[in-house]
Design a protein around this ligand. Structure first.
Ligand SMILES: [Zn+2]
Length: 229
């Protein structure tokens, strides 16, 4: 048996998903060094944090948080790249579970449904999955909450915002989202989940659509936090 397990170990070694070094436990996605490289915000412990400030005076978000700072080339930015271009569903769920552990016994546990920011169906077909749904599934599995991606849909395939003027940007995001199952959100405490927050414009548009209905409260959780100009 010992020999057999050694062979398995050689065939399927437990390696860090980032640097390929060996890790002791198969359940560990990263080695100790790589775990230590993630820059946590700890925003969930700060009520009036930078995520909530992005929505202040714009939309009534009750509580908001992000797990990791994103800076060029850092661990979180590399992870976001994995989500977007390598269809790494397992990693997205894992990161959600990790943050879910940290969110236990916080205000973020007080929610009824987790709703990922939807992708347009064509974009979802290209990417192969909605990374925000995978993150929501991870968080939900730890906090015992249902993640639901068929309550609100994305009707428009939005262009990149970078080259547009302010009024063009506003037009670009108008009527992008549509609630298709209103009975599922009425009188519910909702948490919107996204992979990353930069300006907050996408989350804001999606939140405005949900707030057209009598929901009880709205929270926001993102995995990454990027500073915007
Ligand atoms: Zn590593």
């Amino acid at each position: 048996m010992k020999l057999f397990s050694n062979i398995l170990d050689v065939l399927y070694p437990n390696i860090c998903n980032h640097c390929n070094k060996r890790v002791p436990k198969k359940t560990d996605f990263f080695c100790i060094q790589c775990f230590g490289r993630f820059e946590k915000t700890n925003f969930h412990k700060i009520e009036d944090n930078l995520v909530l400030k992005r929505f202040e005076g714009i939309i009534p978000i009750k509580a908001a948080t992000s797990f990791l700072y994103i800076n060029e080339g850092n661990m979180a930015s590399q992870i976001m790249h994995e989500f977007k271009y390598h269809k790494n569903i397992e990693l997205a769920e894992y990161m959600g579970k990790w943050y879910g552990q940290e969110l236990k016994n916080s205000v973020f546990e007080k929610t009824d449904i987790l709703i990922p920011i939807p992708l347009h169906k064509d974009k979802k077909a290209i990417r192969g999955y909605n990374q925000s749904m995978a993150i929501a599934n991870g968080i939900g599995s730890i906090l015992n909450k249902e993640a639901n991606d068929d309550i609100i849909i994305r009707n428009k395939f939005t262009m990149s915002q970078t080259k547009l003027s302010k009024s063009e940007r506003q037009k670009n995001v108008e009527n992008v989202f549509e609630v298709v199952k209103k009975e599922a959100i009425i009188n519910k405490r909702i948490t919107l989940i996204d992979d990353v927050i930069t300006t907050g414009a996408t989350i804001e548009m999606c939140a405005k659509e949900l707030l057209k209905f009598p929901i009880k409260s709205l929270n926001v959780i993102t995995l990454g936090f990027a500073y915007s100009d």
